[in-house]
Structure formats: C-alpha cells, structure tokens
Design a protein around this ligand. Structure first.
Ligand SMILES: [Zn+2]
Ligand SMILES: [Zn+2]
Length: 451
C-alpha cells in the first residue's frame, strides 16, 4: 500500500494521512492544525461568515497552507476517495472535514456523529453528515481495497476509535491508534485492547502527544481529577465556575457527580444540554447527566435579543427543537443565581451570561482544560478570567486525554507491530529510544512511501 502523511509526522494536530491500494484511497482524519507554518495560532477560518465557497476559495486555501493539497478530496474536484475514517470528534482530527467532497463516505462512531450533529446546530459552517458509515467497535467494514475493523479507544473525546486496516490485495495490516489514554472513565477499552489485541499488525501508526513532555501532572487519571474537584467543593464556595469543554463527556460526568454529592445545582448552557441530550439513546450513555436528572439546570440568558443558543434551537429544521419545552422547564436565569449553590460550566460563548450572575467575581474557578489556553490572549474566556480577577481564586484540575510513555509502551508490547510510524507528535526522534530503533519507520509529511 502507498502511505502518505500530509500532516502529523512532526506536529500534534492537523492529522491527515492517506493510504492507497491500487486505485482505492482512504483518508485517516482531516484535522485542523493547532499552529500555522510559522508556529503561530492557526488562522481558524479565513472564510468566516461565508456559507458557500467556490473553487477559487478551495485553491486559495490550499495555496495559503490552510488545506493540505490533496487531489480528489475537496468539493472542487471529482470524488477520489473511497472513504474518510474519522478517529474522533476533536477539531485537530475533523476540523477541516466540511471542505471535503460530501460524496465521500465518512466512517465514524455513533458518539462522534452525535457530537458533530450538536455542533452543526450552532455553527455557521456545517459538516455534512449525509453519507456516514457507523464505526461499530470490532465490526468489519469493507471500503474499496481495504477491510477496516474499528476499536473503541479511551480518550477525552467521546466514543473515539482506533482502526485496524487490512489491505485486501496483499494482506498487509496497519493499526491507526488515533488519540488515546488508559486513564479515563473508559479505561476498560484500553485494557480490552491490550488483553485481546488484534493480530500483530505490520505497521502501527502511533500517536505520541505526551512524548517529550516534562514532569508529572498533578492529576494523572480522570478519577484523580474527580477527587480534586471533590476537594474544592468541600471548601464550601457558593458559586463554582468550571472552564471546561462542552464535549469532554468524561469530565462532565465527574463534575456532575461531585456537584450532586456536595449539594450543588449543575448548570450548563443550552448548547451543552443539547450535546448531552443527543447521547441519550446510546447504549453506553448510562452515567451521562441528562436534563431530567436531579440538580440539572440550563443557563438561559438574554444576550440582547433573547438567548442566542435557544434561538438556534427554536429554528425550523433544528434537530433539537423538540427539546425546547424540556430546556424551558430546567431554565435558570443568571440574575436568579444570587442565592443557592451552583456549579456552572463556563465556555467562551457564555461569558456575557456569567457576567450577569450576581457576585460572579467572588466565585471559585476550576480551570478544567489544557492550561495552555490560559496563555492564549485571543480567547474570550482567558481575557475574562484575568480581567475579572478569577485567576486569583483558581485551581487547575485536569487530566490528559493522551497516553503517557509507559502506556504507549504497553500498547506496543501488546500489539507487537512490525514497524512503528510516529504521528501526532512533536518528538518523532524520541520514538527510537522508547520503542527500539530498528522498529521505527519515520515518514515525513508529504512524502509517499510504499509499505
Ligand atoms: Zn489529537
Ligand atoms: Zn483528541
């Protein structure tokens, strides 16, 4: 098979890899890079506000390095791929998917699809979900010249997948790890994989986000992070704000459990409520806080013309319109939060609502996402944290979504691959010392090789 890394051989984020067998092509992820060529923050969307774009837009985006230059992938070209395998719903893996030709089927887990559906209801540029194939754990999918077996992976994105791929014509095999860890609420997924690994793959495309990171984190597992949250709540603050991604379902489960244990109402905005509600019928959704759960509240704020999220939900055709009544029943206005104990999930978009809560400056802040965001001055939330002095009463409680080196080594020992291809890492040069020099096959970006 022909193997090309477009992005990811020496960066975390922007993952995009092609494998080709004869005329059959599949793409592994189509992510948004975190940084541009010069190492600055990636310019997220130069076409902001433009709902449709033309061929020239695509070619401009390729020229300016926003889109990797791949023939047959985009809307300005004939369909040239049999499928796109999406490992999970983090932007650095699917963030450029809306530029892909919608005729190309996208293989993704049901959980990832539900996450993207929720995003689609609230963002202007939508990822088409017309042509999807469910990536059910352990169930083979035939795509062009390949057989793909998805594996459930423990990661901070909900319902993530790794893929075991067999080239039909040669029998050659490759395992794509996607992003993973062994320390989340789905730690069993990792245990299952190393206890009953798929047959020794010829190649392992292995993420290495944490390789080269120094020092031990304060919270290594999701359970430890949950314990940290418990300790903060014991201090008895009336109002606890939590900066946390609305899609980090493991963390939201931890927060809700501890909020209830300590007698707090758990407050989310309408977008996060829709994310959670959209997982209701998934078989493994048992612990996810749903709207009817005790203590669940929805923060609804008048942003000038009513609540901006509720207005989107109320639009005809919005998948979440049937939830309107239930959201209304759980409604909580910022000005009504002057008394009582509340834990409020806080994101960039709801800063104005937080500012309308009486006494918000005296709140305790749990910063429950990657600490690096606190250095990104362009983020509204970061600006708000410093401007309001919340950083003075703040604790960083977070556990990583990525495997540490011993966990990566456990996976390598269990799978026992012929060769390891570094990806999603800033330190490909460290792989040799960690996994054995003669086992590593580094492949630079944009350099096709035959495996
Ligand atoms: Zn990633
Ligand atoms: Zn990820």
């Amino acid at each position: 098979m022909e193997f090309t890394i477009y992005r990811g051989s020496n960066q975390v984020g922007g993952t995009c890899i092609e494998i080709k067998s004869g005329n059959s092509r599949i793409l592994l992820d189509l992510g948004m890079p975190l940084n541009d060529k010069a190492g600055k923050d990636f310019l997220v969307d130069p076409l902001k506000g433009k709902k449709v774009w033309d061929k020239k837009d695509i070619s401009d985006l390729k020229q300016s390095w926003i889109l990797p230059d791949i023939k047959g992938l985009y809307q300005d070209d004939e369909k040239g791929f049999d499928g796109i395998l999406l490992s999970h719903s983090h932007g650095d893996h699917f963030g450029l998917l809306h530029f892909a030709n919608p005729k190309i089927p996208v293989v993704m887990s049901l959980g990832a699809m539900r996450m993207i559906e929720a995003l689609n209801a609230f963002i202007p540029r939508q990822v088409p979900l017309l042509n999807t194939i469910p990536a059910t754990h352990n169930k083979d999918i035939q795509i062009g010249g390949f057989i793909v077996k998805p594996y459930l992976m423990d990661h901070s994105a909900f319902d993530a997948r790794g893929f075991f791929i067999t080239e039909k014509s040669t029998g050659k095999t490759l395992f794509y790890s996607g992003d993973f860890r062994a320390t989340g609420h789905k730690e069993n997924a990792f245990k299952m994989l190393v206890d009953r690994p798929p047959m020794k793959p010829d190649y392992l495309v292995l993420e290495g986000t944490s390789i080269g990171r120094k020092g031990k984190p304060e919270y290594e597992t999701e359970k430890e992070a949950q314990g940290g949250i418990r300790e903060v709540l014991k201090q008895g603050h009336r109002l606890v704000l939590v900066a946390c991604s609305g899609q980090n379902i493991d963390r939201i489960c931890s927060l809700y459990a501890e909020a209830r244990r300590a007698g707090y109402e758990f407050v989310v905005d309408p977008y996060v409520a829709c994310v959670l509600e959209n997982l209701r019928d998934l078989p493994y959704a048992g612990k996810i806080p749903l709207l009817e759960n005790p203590g669940m509240r929805v923060l609804i704020h008048n942003y000038g013309r009513g609540d901006k999220y509720m207005a989107k939900i109320d639009k005809d055709g919005c998948k979440f319109k049937p939830f309107m009544a239930m959201l209304g029943r759980k409604k909580l206005k910022p000005r009504d939060m002057g008394e009582g104990k509340y834990m409020v999930l806080m994101r960039d978009g709801i800063v104005p609502a937080i500012k309308a809560i009486p006494g918000y400056k005296d709140a305790f802040l749990i910063y429950s996402q990657w600490q690096g965001y606190l250095n990104k001055s362009h983020m509204k939330l970061t600006e708000f944290v410093y401007a309001s002095g919340l950083d003075k009463n703040m604790k960083h409680i977070h556990s990583s979504g990525h495997a540490d080196v011993p966990t990566l080594q456990r996976l390598v020992a269990a799978l026992n691959p012929g060769k390891i291809i570094p990806a999603h890492t800033e330190k490909p040069e460290n792989y040799g010392a960690l996994f054995g020099n003669n086992r590593i096959k580094p492949i630079p970006d944009n350099a096709p090789v035959y495996l």
